[in-house]
Design a binder for this molecule. Sequence first.
Ligand SMILES: [Zn+2]
Length: 572
Amino acid sequence: MDRKEIVNRSRRKRRSMTIVAAVALILAPLVWAQRTQLKPGWNMFSPQQDVEMGQQVSRDAEKQVPMLNNSRVDKYLNNLGRTLASHAPGERYPYQYKCVNDRAINAFALPGGFIYINRGVIEAADNEAQLAGVMAHETAHVALRHGTNQASKAYVAQVPLAILGGVLGSNNSMGAMLAQLGADFATNSLLLKYSRTAESQADEMGTQILYDSSYAPHAMAQFFQKIQAEDGSGRPVEFFSNHPNPDNRIERVDQEIELLGGSPRGSKTDSREFQDIKRYVMSLPAPPAKGGTQLAGNTGSGTSGLRILGASYGAQDRFIDVRQRLESRVQNDRLHLQVTNSSMGGDPISEPKSLLLRYEWAGRTYDVVVPEKQWITIPTEQQQTGSTASSDTRPGWPSDRVRPFENSVLRIEHPDNWQAYGQGDVAATITPDKGLVDDGRGNQALAYGVIVNIYEPQTDSNYQKQLQPEGYGQSSGLFMEETTNRLIEELRRSNPGMRIIRSPENIRVDGQRALSTDLSNDSPLGGRETNWLVTVPHAEGLLFFVFVAPDSEFQSYNHTFRVMLDSVRFRR
Ligand SMILES: [Zn+2]
């Protein structure tokens, strides 16, 4: 860490302390400093991709589990959930809560905030605080990104280097990635089966959320204790199959409540609304027998035409429902519009917003996330022709106007008609429209554009120690070359057609020593492509760029790629 960062950090810290001090003056009893600090673990997905993944998997989930589809119950759950979610730290996901028509005691959460509560939980809870406890626990799994943390670990274990072959990046690739991971809802063991450590974390954060929402903080642990001891009603308890009971569960929750300053007087335990809803749910017809086909509203294969199944517009936790509005804009089975505040009919939050859209075309369901200001055309050309081969696979010419993309390691400018997809803190894919293509095996592969990532050679620590930015030692050049060669070996393992056409040469990127290597590879479009590899030492490994275009067009893109590389500024 260099001086500038230290200065920045301490400045940031000072500012947040000022805010804490001000809050403490107003709300003296709040004890913030002592609570267990919980943060999401390592993740290769962006929070936005959590939402995309959750959307996609929730679609499967809702076909496989019997949804109650009762607006009164779902509305009650969402009101309660909104209160809890507003106290969940971290990313502001579009949290939503739905009731499952199943009397077993269970609940589950998908990445990005899609939370499902069995009616059995409502029926078994003694009071609102206990139900809130289960919901807070599920909300904590989302906030702590446990699902995509699991998926990230599984992915890295499966694919040593998650690049070229490009499962990263585009919205469409999420399905391929989930299939590759076996993380769809049916075979799911990945997104929902948590470790005991994750369970402990969800308990601690769940308790904090309950506390901050002014609910009796012991309620969550009480409920788990109660269902563990069977509740005597004959309801099967399935909760612990996905949420393994961590050691000393009750003691740990008690500890956390101590840290929070003890159970506050006057905290909320029950409400009349809860008792009304509980009575109402118990009066509803028995759920369908398990094991049968529960595909409500079977999508007839003969169905064609465009149907908007759901649409919301906003950011963080503020979204407006725009389904009817979009339906009214559908003409001749086409929807074509620009996503703006005026076309969406409102400005729910003063931040960059997105349209989350689910639609059906020719009997298949699709999910898309469209950032504000972008145009959307559905069904897409590919969906209309039913083929993956588009009539024109060439992207439009790169614009001369640029816009920046920034992440935790660098800032880079790219043509403003290209799109940057960040993955985690470091990785990014920057590509023109049509730059990602289907490789014929269901993967999205990069045909035009650039991939940025960090390669961490898996070797002895001595070796890594010597891989340091320039100035740390005389031998860094040698190690940079060796690591670059290892990276190329790794790349060739997943790209058997790859060859070196020009050996590494010294260049500079943002004043720092770098290596430039030309590779030739099979293009996902057929024929050959050029991969221009640029590697730069970084504290955590080898930072690399791969600029990609078909051989026949590489010269035309060369200028754009060089301008992009020149614009790179490392965060120091
Ligand atoms: Zn859990």
